[in-house]
Design a protein around this ligand. Structure first.
Ligand code: NDP
Ligand code: MG
Length: 382
């Protein structure tokens, strides 16, 4: 029996994690669940899974939660994620919150020797070296949930690290594949969150539309697989979830019909593979590949520059994006402003070569806070 805790249990990944748990009641015990403010969903989940503790990070929702969860330990406020992550009665911490707020929880779990299954890519992007070093120190492998990284992780079992030539991430291209600047200038939040293949949270949906999602995934792959040899191609059908190429030129691909429950299950049941009733790929769709349009979607290429800059540059890159996504969703900036502001912010910021975790959080607060102040006061650009 693996004892698991889910941070971000009310979200897209959190709910799908509980779907996997539901299928294997004799394999998993849910010890803790945590949301930001969605108490209604948390109540349903806690009635079904009977965790020992529930967490609500938003202060006013936590106040309300105290009267809803009378017979269960309830933690709340900013520290709730870390309080849960620090528990000794957890075997796997599933980090499925959105944004860099998950970083301290990831570090806390790792420093206790608890295995981390990571969907929350922003934490790894912002705190890459710290996270990887903390995992190494306790001899724990990070279990990737992001579908591309789960694919690479599975493909790498076909060879050893020394034989790797490059990683090839696949990208669906998002809802604006093939579109040019003139169209994108007028793209609305509603258009941006309508993804062709995946049903995801709002933030990652916008990231897919700008291709920032692939940019974050390039940085995520650098840390998970300790290589800079990372390329990406457009594969609209999202059947091949990513590939690795070995030194002899052979390429191993991981394929399945798109369904996030598969990478989640692969992480939770690791090192075993368990049966799944997910729809199978029936070989009834032609698989196509094309080169990305890097003149229109500049962010994945910029991610490679960010990796060269090192230090807190990935944190700056991520913080600028977190602010821009929020500003775009609030109609404060245009879709095409997102990449322009991220690039400008990145090259204007001071780089700290070896940031501590406090410096990572300070960097985030400074960049995020400044952009929110600057653009919130300007009003809508429409
Ligand atoms: P959602 O927006 O659907 O869910 C986010 C979850 O995090 C919710 O439970 C939310 O609680 C909680 N949350 C939000 N803000 C905070 C906060 N400040 N403190 C604590 N908890 C918070 O996101 P997704 O599930 O789509 O994505 C989660 C992560 O997984 C992201 O990093 C994303 O990039 C990554 N990912 C997602 C994929 C997907 O298919 N969705 C695929 C691959 C990676 P509440 O509901 O109360 O607001
Ligand atoms: Mg992904």
């Amino acid at each position: 029996m693996k004892r698991i805790a889910v941070l971000g249990s009310s979200g897209s990944i959190g709910r799908q994690t509980l779907n996997v748990v539901r299928k294997y009641p004799d394999k998993f015990e849910v010890v803790a669940l945590c949301v930001n403010s969605n108490i209604e969903e948390l109540k349903k989940q806690s009635d079904e899974f009977r965790p020992k503790v529930v967490g609500v990070t938003d202060d006013s929702a936590f106040f309300e939660a105290k009267s809803v969860f009378k017979n269960i330990e309830t933690v709340g406020g900013k520290n709730a994620l870390c309080e849960i992550a620090a528990r000794k009665d957890i075997d796997i911490l599933v980090v499925a919150v959105v944004g860099m707020c998950g970083l301290r929880a990831v570090m806390t779990a790792l420093s206790n020797g608890t295995t981390v299954a990571l969907a929350n890519k922003e934490s790894l992007v912002a705190g890459g070296k710290l996270v990887v070093d903390a995992a190494k120190k306790v001899g724990k492998e990070l279990l990737p949930i992001d579908s591309e990284h789960s694919a690479i992780w599975q493909c790498l079992r076909a060879g050893n690290k020394r034989e790797l030539r490059r990683i090839i991430l696949t990208a669906s291209g998002g809802p604006f594949f093939g579109k040019k600047k003139e169209f994108l200038k007028k793209a609305t939040p509603q258009m941006a969150v309508s993804h062709p293949t995946w049903n995801m949270g709002q933030k990652i949906s916008v990231d897919s539309a700008t291709m920032m999602n692939k940019a974050l995934e390039i940085i995520e792959a650098r840390w998970l697989f300790d290589t800079y040899d990372i390329d990406y191609i457009i594969h609209r059908q999202s059947i091949i979830h990513s590939m690795v190429e070995f030194v002899d030129g052979s390429i191993i691909a991981q394929m399945a019909a798109p369904n996030m429950e598969l990478p989640i299950q692969a992480a939770l049941t690791y090192p075993d593979k368990m049966p799944s009733d997910a729809a199978r790929f029936e070989f009834d769709t032609a698989l196509t590949f094309s080169r990305p349009d890097e003149d229109t979607f500049i962010l994945p290429h910029l991610a490679k520059e960010v990796l060269k800059m090192g230090g807190n540059a990935p944190c700056i890159f991520n913080a600028a994006n977190e602010a821009c996504v929020q500003l775009f969703l609030n109609n404060k900036i245009a879709f095409t402003d997102i990449s322009i502001i991220i690039e400008k912010t990145l090259f204007a910021a001071d780089i700290i070569a070896e940031p501590s975790i406090d410096e990572i959080y300070d960097t985030f607060d400074e960049i995020y806070g400044k952009l929110m102040r600057d653009y919130n006061s300007k009003g809508s650009s429409y």
